[in-house]
Design a protein around this ligand. Structure first.
Ligand SMILES: [Zn+2]
Ligand SMILES: [Zn+2]
Length: 423
């Protein structure tokens, strides 16, 4: 199940549980959903409640209106089938909450490493509890307390993939991860000028409500493989609308941008004169044109070299739970991006989540500037998709210093100006 659907299912069933009077304040998502994995197996939730209430709570959960059938039931868990997918609710008591959260959040690779570390310390970590050799439970009320028992600092859920995070926590080398509060603006949004559902004014006002300093309006160019797009002839009209809004809207800066398509021969859909008029230019491949990874890499390299292109959006063009995306030579793209001052995007739309965490980690390590965007087509997803983007970047150990849109509007404009002056 793609992250977006899993997230909606978890939120709706937690809301159902709350309406049904189940002690839902203590129920939260765990498993791959909490780790922001691009695709989620089954939705897992963890409830922290006194043991005396477990049986009643499981029974009540199995009777929620959304539940079509309950397939598995133990003393501390129940798995139910809903119209939108399978959900498992696990229960634990307060004194094991920390260990239970770590256990049920996973990943398996991460908890296996923790189990080995516990064994080395004469402890046992299994079945969502931490015990000493004589099987006496060691209370861990929080995850921080749990990791502390193993002489580790707290490891963020997005990092728990068994890819070096335990070693980093043991030696004080965990990254200072990016958080949503670091994001100062969204550089990728769509409006009714292309396939978005809301007007520029709506996108600007929703962005302002999120506390952003700036938002870039970046509709699709004329040849995009999209239901609606911005015609060349309409660019000037759109700019007039942006200019008029700038007169009336305060407290947020509007960047007039474009998501321009990369054509099969590696040229851009709009000519340079037209592109020069935008405050920021994002370039995208929406269609492989039947090319293999090598030729697509060449198309990207030509685009990255273009002085008017500032960001390559959703570079692998993958679709979680459906397609893995292009097989690109990322090392060459990273080198070119660093040399030319071009950013690569972590796109938060659930249909992209691209760059993927692993590749984002390699990119940041290579010195590439990243942007994290919502690629939003409706304002109610603006915050949600930015959250997914940030979660995906956190899976890639990304820090605020790696990300262009943690900086001021002036810094973003300078980033664009620097590349243009090079060309
Ligand atoms: Zn796109
Ligand atoms: Zn887009």
């Amino acid at each position: 199940m793609p992250l977006g659907r899993a997230h909606m299912l978890a939120s709706s069933i937690i809301a159902d549980a709350r309406r049904a009077g189940i002690g839902a304040d203590m129920i939260s998502p765990v498993g791959s959903l909490r780790r922001f994995a691009p695709d989620v197996g089954d939705v897992a939730l963890l409830g922290i409640v006194p043991a005396s209430a477990h049986a009643d709570l499981l029974r009540a959960f199995g009777r929620l209106p959304a539940v079509q059938a309950s397939s598995r039931h133990t003393a501390t868990s129940i798995t139910v089938q809903t119209g939108r997918g399978i959900v498992t609710l696990h229960l634990a008591v307060q004194e094991h909450a920390g260990a239970a959260l770590v256990w049920h959040t996973g990943s398996r690779a991460h908890t296996d490493q923790l189990s080995r570390r516990a064994a080395d310390a004469g402890l046992r970590f299994a079945d969502a509890t931490l015990t000493d050799e004589n099987a006496a439970h060691i209370p861990c009320l929080t995850e921080t307390e749990f990791y502390g028992r193993l002489n580790l600092s707290f490891i963020a859920p997005e990092l728990r993939n068994g890819t070096g995070e335990v070693e980093a926590a043991a030696s004080g080398r965990l990254p200072q991860l990016i958080e949503e509060r670091h994001i100062r603006g969204d550089l990728h949004t769509h409006t009714t000028w292309s396939d978005g559902q809301d007007t520029i004014a709506d996108v600007v006002s929703a962005s302002k409500q999120l506390g952003y300093d700036y938002v870039a309006i970046t509709d699709h160019s004329e040849s995009a493989w999209s239901s609606r797009k911005l015609a060349r002839a309409d660019v000037a009209k759109q700019r007039k609308e942006v200019d008029a809004l700038r007169e009336t809207v305060t407290g947020i800066e509007i960047l007039h941008g474009i998501e321009v398509d990369i054509m099969p021969d590696g040229t851009l859909d709009f000519d340079d004169d037209l592109l020069r008029g935008f405050d920021i230019v994002l370039a995208s491949l929406h269609d492989s044109g039947g090319h293999n990874g090598r030729r697509l890499t060449e198309r990207y390299l030509k685009t990255i070299d273009h002085p008017l292109v500032n960001v390559i959006t959703h570079p692998a063009n993958r679709s979680p739970a459906q397609s893995a995306g292009y097989e690109l030579d990322f090392d060459r793209l990273f080198t070119a991006a660093v040399e030319t001052g071009t950013a690569l995007e972590v796109d938060g739309a659930p249909g992209h989540l691209d760059l993927d965490g692993d590749i984002a980690r390699q990119a940041a390590g290579a010195g590439v500037t990243l942007v994290i965007d919502s690629d939003c087509h409706r304002i109610e997803s603006l915050a949600r998709q930015m959250k997914f983007g940030v979660g995906t970047a956190r899976r890639g150990w990304v820090e605020p210093r790696h990300v262009l849109n943690t900086r001021t509007t002036a810094d973003v404009r300078a980033f664009v100006a620097r590349k243009r002056s090079r060309g």
